[in-house]
Design a protein around this ligand. Structure first.
Ligand code: NAD
Length: 482
C-alpha cells in the first residue's frame, strides 16, 4: 500500500518518520494509503529551503508572480473531476460536494490575482518641511498552513495563493486523515512552474505541527481545525513570536421564524444540516423554532431528511456520504444517546438508516433530536455530524439571547420574510458569518471568513481581501528628505 509523498524543492519524496497514520476510504471502511509522521530534520530542511527560496522569490515582480496563478487555475479547471474524485475517496463527501470544494479553492486562486492592486502603498508628500513619507508592504517570510480533514482542497487555498503571490514562501501540512488531494495539487503546482522551494508540502500530524511552531524561520502560521488545537497553536505560535490566525470549532444555530417561506427554504436548511454529512464548520446544528411553527417546521424537515440517500460519493444517487472514521461515527452516536438521556426526544435516529450497500462504511443517517433545552450537551457542543437538535423558543428576543450564550461564534442563520427580523438578527447575533435565508453562510474568496469567540484565534481572518493582504505582509514606513 502506498505512502503519501512530501513535495520539497519541486520533488516528491518519501517521508522519513516511522509512525504511520492510516488513510481510509470511509465509504468502504477500507484503508487506501499511509501517511508517515514527519521528522524534525525533514521538516526543518523543507523550511530552510523555503527560507532560501523566499529571498529570491520576493524579488520577482508581483505581476510575474501572478502569472503562476493563471497557470495553476487553468490546470485546476482541467483536472477538476480527478481532484474531486480523490477528495471523495479520501473524505467520503459526494462528488458534487468535492467539486464544490475544488471550485472554492479556484476562487481563491482568482482572488489572489488582485494582489498587485492590493499591494499598493500610500504616500504623503511634504509631511514636514522637505520630508516625504510612504508606506510599503513587504512579504512576511516563510508561512505555514496547517489544515483540517473536512475541506482537504479549499482550506489550504484560503491561504497559500495569497501568501506566495505576496512574495512569501509556504510550507503546507494537510490533515493526516485526508492528505491525498493536496498531494495531487502538488502535481499541478509543479506543472505551473513555481520555482523550487516556493510551495512545500510536508505530511504528518501533531509532531510536524510542533516542529513548525518551534522553527525560528517560520514567520506566520495559518491554522484551521478544532478549538483546543487552535488555542494550542495560537498560544505556542505567538509565544514563539509568529503571526498566527486560527479558524476553530463551531456550533451554528438556525432560526426559523413563523413567517419563513418554509417550502422555498426547506432544501436549503437540509443542505445546511446534512451537507458534507454535517462535517462542516458552517453546518447548521441547532434548529430554533417557536411554539406556533414548531410542528410545521419539524414535519417538513423530517420528511426531507428521511429522503436523503446514503452511499458512496461517486455514485450519482448518493445524497450523503459517510463520516470520516469509525471512532468519529461512534462519537456522534454517543451525542444522540446524550440527547435522549438528557431529556430530548429522538424523532429520527440515523442508526436506523445505515447504508446496506457498503456495510463496512462509516455511515450514519440523518438524526433529529427534538425538545432540546438550554444546558443540554447537544445544545452546546460541536457534534460535527448529521444531527439536528431542535430547540423551541418562546420569543424572538429570548432566541437571540440563547444563541448568544454559545461559546462559539462561527455562523448563524435566520429564515424569514421580514426585513425587520433579518436586520435585528444580523445586528444582534454574535457570530462572524450570518445567513439570511441562506443556511451555509460561506463568504466568497475576497471576503474574510469571519469566525468570532471560541471559533477564531487572532485578528486577521482567513481568505483574501484586506485581512489576507495584511496577514501575509509587513508594513514598512519610509521617511525621506532629499
Ligand atoms: P483537528 O484540530 O483535529 O486537526 C487540525 C490540524 O491540526 C490537522 O492538520 C492535525 O494534524 C493537527 N493536529 C491535530 N491534533 C493536534 C495537536 N494535538 N497538536 C498539534 N496539531 C494537531 O481538526 P479536524 O478534526 O481535522 O477538523 C475538524 C475541526 O475543524 C472541527 O472542529 C471544525 O469545526 C473545525 N473547522 C473550522 C473551520 C473554520 O474556519 N473555523 C473550518 C473547517 C473546520
Amino acid at each position: 500500500m502506498r505512502t503519501i509523498k512530501n513535495y520539497v524543492n519541486s520533488k516528491f519524496e518519501d517521508g522519513e518518520g516511522q509512525e504511520m497514520y492510516e488513510v481510509f476510504n470511509p465509504a468502504f471502511g477500507k484503508r487506501i494509503a499511509y501517511v508517515r509522521e514527519g521528522k524534525r530534520e525533514e521538516t526543518n530542511r523543507a523550511i530552510d529551503e523555503a527560507h532560501d527560496a523566499q529571498t529570491k522569490w520576493q524579488q520577482v515582480p508581483v505581476s510575474d508572480r501572478i502569472k503562476f496563478l493563471f497557470r495553476l487555475e487553468n490546470l485546476m479547471w482541467n483536472r477538476l473531476d480527478q481532484i474531486a474524485e480523490v477528495t471523495t475517496n479520501e473524505h467520503g463527501k459526494t462528488f458534487e460536494e468535492s467539486k464544490g470544494d475544488v471550485v472554492r479553492a479556484i476562487q481563491n486562486v482568482e482572488s489572489a490575482a488582485a494582489a498587485s492592486y492590493q499591494l499598493m502603498g500610500r504616500n504623503n508628500r511634504q509631511i514636514a518641511s522637505g520630508i516625504d513619507e510612504e508606506l510599503v508592504r513587504v512579504p512576511l517570510g516563510v508561512c505555514a498552513v496547517i489544515s483540517p480533514f473536512n475541506f482537504p482542497v479549499m482550506i489550504p487555498f484560503w491561504f497559500f495563493p495569497y501568501a506566495v503571490t505576496l512574495g512569501n514562501t509556504v510550507v503546507i501540512k494537510p490533515s493526516e486523515k485526508t492528505p491525498m488531494s493536496m498531494e495531487m495539487i502538488m502535481d499541478l503546482v509543479k506543472d505551473s512552474g513555481y520555482p523550487d522551494g516556493v510551495i512545500q508540502l510536508i505530511n504528518g500530524g501533531k509532531e510536524v505541527v510542533d516542529y513548525i511552531l518551534e522553527n525560528k524561520k517560520i514567520a506566520g502560521v495559518s491554522f484551521v481545525g478544532s478549538t483546543p488545537v487552535a488555542e494550542y497553536v495560537y498560544k505556542k505560535g505567538t509565544s514563539n513570536r509568529k503571526r498566527v490566525q486560527g479558524g476553530a470549532s463551531a456550533k451554528n444555530y438556525i432560526l426559523v421564524m413563523p413567517d419563513a417561506d418554509l417550502d422555498g427554504s426547506i432544501d436549503n436548511m437540509i443542505g445546511s444540516f446534512y451537507g458534507n454529512a454535517g462535517e462542516r464548520c458552517l453546518a447548521g446544528s441547532v434548529l430554533v423554532t417557536f411554539p406556533e411553527n414548531h410542528d410545521r417546521v419539524l414535519d417538513a424537515f423530517k420528511r426531507r431528511a428521511k429522503e436523503l440517500k446514503l452511499g458512496y460519493g461517486m455514485e450519482k444517487t448518493t445524497d450523503m456520504g459517510p463520516l470520516i472514521r469509525r471512532d468519529h461515527m461512534e462519537r456522534v452516536e454517543r451525542y444522540i444517546d446524550a440527547g435522549r438521556n438528557e431529556g430530548g426526544k429522538i424523532v429520527l435516529d440515523g442508526r436506523d438508516s445505515r447504508c446496506s450497500e457498503y456495510p463496512e462504511g462509516f455511515f450514519l443517517g440523518p438524526s433529529i433530536i427534538d425538545n432540546v433545552a438550554e444546558g443540554m450537551t447537544v445544545m452546546n457542543e460541536e457534534i460535527f455530524g448529521p444531527v439536528a437538535s431542535v430547540h423551541t423558543s418562546d420569543s424572538f428576543e429570548h432566541a437571540l439571547e440563547v444563541i448568544n450564550k454559545s461559546r462559539y461564534g462561527n455562523a448563524s442563520s435566520i429564515y424569514t420574510t421580514s426585513g425587520k427580523s433579518a436586520k435585528r438578527f444580523s445586528e444582534r447575533i454574535e457570530a462572524g458569518n450570518i445567513g439570511v435565508n441562506v443556511g451555509v453562510a460561506a463568504p466568497i474568496a475576497f471576503y474574510p471568513f469571519s469566525g468570532m469567540k471560541d471559533s477564531f484565534f487572532g485578528d486577521l481572518h482567513p481568505q483574501g481581501g484586506d485581512d489576507g493582504i495584511s496577514f501575509f505582509t509587513e508594513r514598512k514606513v519610509i521617511i525621506s528628505k532629499w
